[in-house]
Design a protein around this ligand. Structure first.
Ligand code: 13P
Ligand code: ZN
Length: 270
């Protein structure tokens, strides 16, 4: 059996949590990540038949039955993951139609998976239907996107269009736009279901006055989506109160998308 601490999925996860903390996106225990692994991938490092504990999830997600995820722990600090991965992370397999989580490794202090497991698992299910290559769901609290949800309309077409206009790169990276949810109680099945519904059409979902979800085929892609949206929100927050002399027009946005052959979210450009 190979050393799990040297597994590429583990080193990627550790690097990502550390960088996210350094970006100021994950104060205290905020933020959470789940990474879908193939059974064979996990089996190189752990005995996948040996279940350490079983924890009820509080929801069901039959399409993910038997799937294995590397997940951050609830109440754990991203800044500490690199120093104690086995305590701050866990490998779990969903069982019984997603109603149970079988812990296969980690959560070594008796802890458990993130309180946002419903939003993560339901988003994985939604994204796998849209893109079978999706592997990552990532959540954090970047300041500019949060600030924007206090001063900008939460209409997701308008929210998306504003972010597209802030940097030429935005529409290249998220042509599918941004889903926006009004304030809702976090850590619940309800916010999980609402997030997954938005995830059917866009790979970024903003939770007003709370944070952001990004997904991707790997950790870099999910991180890069959040990074690009947060940069655009930063430019918005730096300029919204100033007299705007120049902008990117809809015709120019269309030109960018056409140049790259990207399909833009229908109805989002005038
Ligand atoms: P957890 O510590 O349970 O992952 O919660 C952090 C968070 O960001 C809640 O939305
Ligand atoms: Zn959060």
């Amino acid at each position: 059996m190979k050393n799990i601490l040297e597994a590429p999925f583990m080193t990627d996860m550790i690097r990502t949590t550390a960088i996210m903390y350094d970006h100021g996106w994950d104060e205290r225990n905020s933020g959470n990540i789940s990474l879908l692994l193939e059974e064979d991938e996990a089996a190189e490092y752990i005995d996948t038949k040996a279940v350490l504990r079983t924890i009820p999830t509080g929801f069901s997600e039959p399409s993910l039955d038997g799937r294995i995820f590397l997940v951050t722990g609830t109440g754990k600090y991203f800044k500490n993951v690199e120093y104690a991965p086995e305590m701050n992370l866990g490998l779990l397999r969903l069982a019984d139609g997603g109603r149970q989580a079988e812990v296969l490794w980690g959560f070594s202090d008796g802890g458990k998976f993130t309180s946002e497991l419903p939003a993560h698992m339901m988003s994985h299910a939604a994204r796998l239907s849209a893109d079978p290559g999706n592997r990552v769901v990532l959540h954090c609290h970047p300041a500019n996107l949060l600030a924007m949800t206090y001063v900008h309309t939460l209409d997701e077409r308008e929210f998306t269009r504003t972010l597209w206009r802030m940097c030429t790169e935005s529409i290249m990276i998220f042509p599918d736009g941004i889903g926006v949810l009004p304030w809702m109680l976090c850590g619940t099945n309800e916010i999980g279901e609402a997030t997954a519904e938005k995830m059917k059409l866009s790979r970024i979902v903003v939770w007003a006055q709370h944070g952001i979800y990004g997904v991707g085929r790997d950790l870099d892609e999910a991180f890069g989506l959040v990074e690009t949206a947060e940069k655009a929100a930063e430019i918005y927050m730096k300029t919204a109160h100033l007299r705007i002399l120049n902008t990117i027009s809809d015709a120019q946005l269309k030109k960018i998308a056409d140049h790259l052959g990207h399909t833009v979210r229908e109805g989002y450009l005038d």
